[in-house]
Design a protein. Structure first.
Length: 459
């Protein structure tokens, strides 16, 4: 094997499991005495493999620099490879030209994908052409006759195919037959760039509008009951800059509605494409409405008499801390003991002054009582410190109780119930929640207007 680390790991596992390795070329079994020579062979083999990988990458790069062989994959639209030459696919070239013409008119990729479906264009599996496919076609300079090479390379160390930096890319202009003109390609890409403006954020990172990471614990769990697509979490910003988060059907996001929107005035409304089996008319759900619904479900499912999780947690916490009254009684007992010791010293001194006790006995007794008094005083100070610390802890428990009560009624309930949801089926008039620890629950949907939706839980 051409990897030194793997070889030593393999030998180590071999010895640990009491197995033998037989070398057919050397006609002998491996022994610990062979560790040095086999290790050297492994190093040499790895170095040879690394050099071979470097030579292969260099050969690929030189061939790409000359442009002697243009590589296209089976997923490349508009072109075919015939006798090692790239030729235009006449059937698909019309679709490519249509995409660029629509993009040059400032149509978005989602709208163009719907137009393709309307005109009868489908992918090679007979399905809808995705807007991601339209976007890749618009961005690919191959369609203006420019091939980009040396984009990828094989990394010997990581054993993965990685993307080279843009400085290492090799451009060959007019090396393949162009499907669209260079002016049309530039116009389409310029308009796409304008719809996806980059900006420098406060932390000096370049960000692109439209590239959002809207992952949530409900992501992938909300499913459209009309078209069986998942719901996407999206952020919408109005003209005043206020942001709202919505859950929308993926088919609606990609294709729009099946039926035209009558809210927009006739003069400003974009022409609707009457494409069969395209788009989705299911409802949008505001995230704050969804969270409030989660809270109501949590109240009905989890907040029951005798099952107050908050009270149980606080009770356990208080038991762990202890009761300050125990330290108060201990302090009183120690103070009483200290008073007795002090009275005993006074009595001893009186008897000594009355010559009823010898000097040596007095000093021994007095020293013993004094030591006990010092120990008792130290114990009183220790108990007082513990009582003071416990008092601080009790005060902190009361603060924690207030804090938990302030958030438990919403955030904790919402976050907890989300963990138990396996799936949410969404229909225009009903939501069906599937839980991992109970039967499904139906929620009726009442659409007040396009801004407000009411939910009614059916238990």
């Amino acid at each position: 094997m051409r990897n030194t680390k793997e070889w030593y790991f393999f030998i180590d596992r071999l010895v640990q499991n009491d197995k033998k390795l037989y070398f057919y070329l050397d006609r002998k079994f491996y022994s610990p005495d062979d560790a040095l020579i086999t290790g050297i062979k492994a190093i040499l083999a790895e170095d040879f493999s690394r050099s071979l990988s470097k030579n292969i990458n260099n050969a690929h790069r030189k061939r790409q620099e000359t442009g002697s062989s243009i590589v296209i994959t089976s997923k490349t639209w508009g072109y075919d490879k015939k006798n090692k030459q790239v030729a235009v696919n006449e059937k698909e070239s019309g679709m490519i030209q249509f995409i660029y013409e629509m993009a040059s008119l400032n149509y978005g990729t989602r709208t163009i994908a719907k137009m393709l479906q309307e005109k009868g264009y489908y992918n090679r599996n007979g399905g809808k052409i995705a807007e991601q496919t339209v976007r890749r076609i618009i961005r690919n300079p191959l369609y203006k006759g420019t091939a980009v090479m040396n984009v990828l390379h094989r990394n010997f160390e990581t054993k993965r195919t990685e993307r080279n930096s843009r400085e290492k890319w090799i451009y060959h202009e007019h090396i393949v037959p162009a499907i669209v003109s260079e002016e049309l390609w530039e116009t389409a890409n310029r308009l796409m760039d304008q719809r996806s403006l980059s900006f420098v954020s406060g932390d000096f990172k370049v960000k692109v509008t439209g590239s959002k990471k809207n992952a949530d614990s409900l992501t992938g769990k909300i499913v459209c009951g009309l078209c069986q697509n998942t719901y996407w979490r999206r952020t919408s910003v109005n003209a005043k800059g206020a942001a709202s988060v919505y859950w929308d059907c993926r088919e609606y996001v990609r294709r729009g509605r099946k039926t035209k929107n009558n809210r927009t005035p006739e003069g400003s409304r974009k022409p609707q494409l009457d494409v069969k089996d395209s788009g989705c008319d299911n409802i949008h759900i505001k995230e704050k409405d969804m969270d409030h619904l989660m809270y109501e479900l949590a109240e009905k499912l989890y907040v029951k008499p005798g099952n107050d999780i908050l009270s149980a947690a606080l009770c356990i916490l208080k038991q762990a801390v202890g009761d300050s009254s125990e330290y108060e009684s201990a302090e009183e007992s120690l103070k009483g003991e200290l008073e007795k010791l002090s009275a005993s010293r006074d009595t001893l001194l009186d008897r000594y002054l009355e010559n009823k006790i010898a000097d040596d006995i007095y000093h021994i007794k007095d020293s013993s009582l004094k030591t006990k008094m010092n120990e008792t005083e130290q114990e009183i100070l220790r108990v007082q410190n513990l009582k003071r610390e416990l008092s601080n802890q009790e005060e902190r428990i009361r603060e924690i109780e207030k804090e938990i009560k302030a958030i438990t009624d919403y955030e904790l309930s919402v976050n907890d119930i989300k963990k138990h949801i396996e799936k949410i089926d969404v229909y225009p008039d009903i939501l069906i929640f599937h839980f991992d620890n109970s039967d499904h629950i139906s929620v009726k949907v009442q659409k007040k207007n396009y801004r407000k939706t009411d939910f009614h839980i059916c238990l």
